[in-house]
Each structure stands twice: as C-alpha cells, then as structure tokens.
Design a protein around this ligand. Sequence first.
Ligand code: NAD
Ligand code: UD1
Length: 352
Amino acid sequence: MLNQSFLKQAFHALSQHKMNVLLTGGAGYIGNHTAVALFEAGHRVVVYDNFSNSDRGALKRLEQILGAPVTTIEGDVRDTALLQRTLTEQQINAVIHFAGLKAVGESVSKPVDYYANNVQGAISLLQAMQAAQCKTLVFSSSATVYGDPKYLPIDEAHPTSATNPYGRSKLHIEEILSDLSASDPSWHIAALRYFNPVGAHASALIGENPNGIPNNLMPFIAQVAVGKLPQLKVFGNDYDTPDGTGVRDYIHVMDLAEGHLAALKFLTQQGGLHTFNLGTGRGYSVLEMIKAFEAASGKPVPFSVAPRRAGDIASCYASVDFSAKQLNWRATRDLKDMCESGWRFQQQAQQV
Ligand code: NAD
Ligand code: UD1
C-alpha cells in the first residue's frame, strides 16, 4: 500500500519545481528530519555521510517514513573528488551542508580535528560545488556564533564571537561564505543559525540518539525519564533568570527542518549570502524543561543542582522577525509537542 508521505510527495512534485538536493551529514539528527520535509515537498534527496556520528539504521527508518529508498553515498566531505562526482552524477541543484562535528567539550580537547572536519570539510565542499557549477548552498550554523549575548532577543545583526573551537569553526565557515559571495555573485547561500533543536518526527522512528552520555539537556532528561541515567545535574541555579537556571530557545526539529525548505525556496529567488536565525523567539529555563518533560512522559526526572558549566551563558533566545519576514516561515510546534515527540522517540530507541 502506498503510504501517506509518498502520496504527499507525488502531489507536490506535480505542483512545484522539483530539485535534487544533496544533504551532507544527511544521516544525522537534523539531516534526517530535513530529508522528510524536503521529500514531502516533492524534492529528491541524496544523502552523503561518512557515518562518523550516525549509522545506516537511521536511514532505514527514514526510508520507512518516506515509503521510498534514499540514494546514499558513503563518503567524507573532505573527499573533494567524490563530492564533485556525486554532484554531477546525481544532477544536484542545491546542497544543504549539515556534516560536521558538534560537541563543544570535545572541540576544546581536539581542536585540530574540529577545524579539519568542519572548516576543511566546508572548503572541500565549496571547491566541489564550484567545479560542478552547483552554486546553491544552505549551511548549518549555530547560535553559538553570538557568544555571550549583549542584548535579547538576539537578532542577526548581533555581533559575533566564539569561545571554543567548535564555535570558531562555524564562524570561520561563515566568513569564508561571505568572502565567496562577495567574489562571485552567482552563488545563492543561506547560513542558518540554529538555536536549540529538540524533539523528533511524529513517527518516533527518527530522533536524537547521541553516543555515550549526552552533553545536551533534552537527550539527558529523556534518558533519566526512561531510567537509563539516574539523575540530571542542573548546571547552576544562580543565573540572572526568573528561576536562576539557564534559559534557551528550544525549537522542534521538524520546525527547523521546514526552515531549511523555506530557505531553499528563498534561494531560488535570491542570490547572495543571507543569514537567518532559526528559533522560536521564546526561552524556557532548565526547570521549566524538566517540568514539561515530566508532564509529557508521566515519569519523574530527579535532579540535583551542580555548579555552573564552564562557558555557559544565562539566557539565549532568538529574534525571529527577519526569518519570518524573509522566509515566510515560523516555528509552530510548542514545548508539549517537543517533549512528547522526544519521549516517544526515547522509548522506541530503548527497544532497538
Ligand atoms: P549529527 O552529528 O547528528 O549529524 C551530523 C552528520 O554529519 C552525522 O551523520 C555524521 O556522521 C556526519 N559527518 C560528520 N563529519 C563528516 C564528514 N567529515 N564527512 C561526511 N559526513 C560527516 O548532528 P546534527 O545535530 O544533525 O547537526 C547537524 C549540523 O547542525 C552540524 O553541522 C551541527 O554543527 C549543526 N548544529 C547542530 C545543533 C544541534 O543542537 N544539534 C545546533 C546548532 C548547529
Ligand atoms: C550547547 C552548546 C552550543 C550548541 C548547542 C546545540 C555548550 C557550552 N554549548 O548549547 O554550542 O550550539 O548546545 O547543540 O555546550 N544543562 C543542564 N544539565 C545538563 C545539560 C545542560 O543543566 O546535563 C543546561 C545548560 O546549563 C543550559 C541548558 O541546559 O542552561 C541547555 O544546555 P544544552 O542543551 O547543552 O545547550 P546549550 O548550552 O544552549
């Protein structure tokens, strides 16, 4: 029987301009969800990944959601020749560049690995794209490039800075993109600064499943709720925030995925380099997140208060006015949906 995603895609393909989109790092958390949004909008996705932080199992589950196979190339983004061949053979019209390493703590202990993977990877991709004459690119940047916020909400004009090699790798890539765009106006580039992506696709087949002990709040809470970890440490309750704990702009990963679709559509009409925040515009504290997750899961999330984590900031949330206006996109899913979908995925992940 044809599934709903397949029918949706067939409908959109008839009514819209269909693109072949290469997703570097497409087997990972955000890439997987973006593949669903692109497919449902009628685009063809090709995944390019070296599986350094993912596995083929996630792609199998993605194919289950789509009801169709996904062309997958196993390769490193630093392999310029393979990338160029892929771009040409797969007749790629646009690239979304997710591939990269993302653990802040690890970037401090292994800075060269981070610059090699992220910066060298981006340069290799740009060279391959240039050679293949494919000049439409969406890049996964991060709100980490804003450093310690000077004002809130953070708009795209906020000054940038970085306090660790991961953040600096994102800033370097943004600078390279800016120089490239200035040198050659035929490029169409969007740098998307993600705030804090959480949650999972409604099917619970794909989601965030980090290796080892999670660094980030939401997967940690989910693993405590499911009984895999004994308790959460709340990193500081003496910040200048309403309840003293850190405030962040959590965004449902499917909203984020749809932001990529909106950016691609925008780039079909606009050349140059454009930078957009992808967030909700609203912050939640660590204690609010714990409460919301307890309500969604029906499970207790025991916690204790620990010292502040080095490098953390009190509050960080986006101004989303520019993205809303330019991209005609806004996050629509609420905190309940983020927690419920994250919880369903966590339960499913326990069973595989
Ligand atoms: P992820 O680790 O789940 O996915 C990244 C994918 O890239 C993985 O499948 C990995 O195997 C692949 N990869 C890594 N290096 C590669 C290389 N050299 N060649 C080919 N493939 C490679 O991470 P994610 O959460 O999906 O993040 C995607 C992007 O978004 C990253 O660039 C990350 O820095 C950025 N970002 C993520 C967050 C977040 O909270 N998840 C926030 C801001 C920005
Ligand atoms: C972190 C990264 C940031 C990256 C983002 C998304 C750091 C310093 N920053 O942001 O560069 O772009 O992830 O991947 O790592 N918290 C706890 N206990 C925990 C974990 C987190 O109390 O076990 C708190 C943190 O102090 C913070 C909030 O939860 O207040 C969110 O933390 P996290 O999910 O790690 O995201 P960020 O710190 O915003």
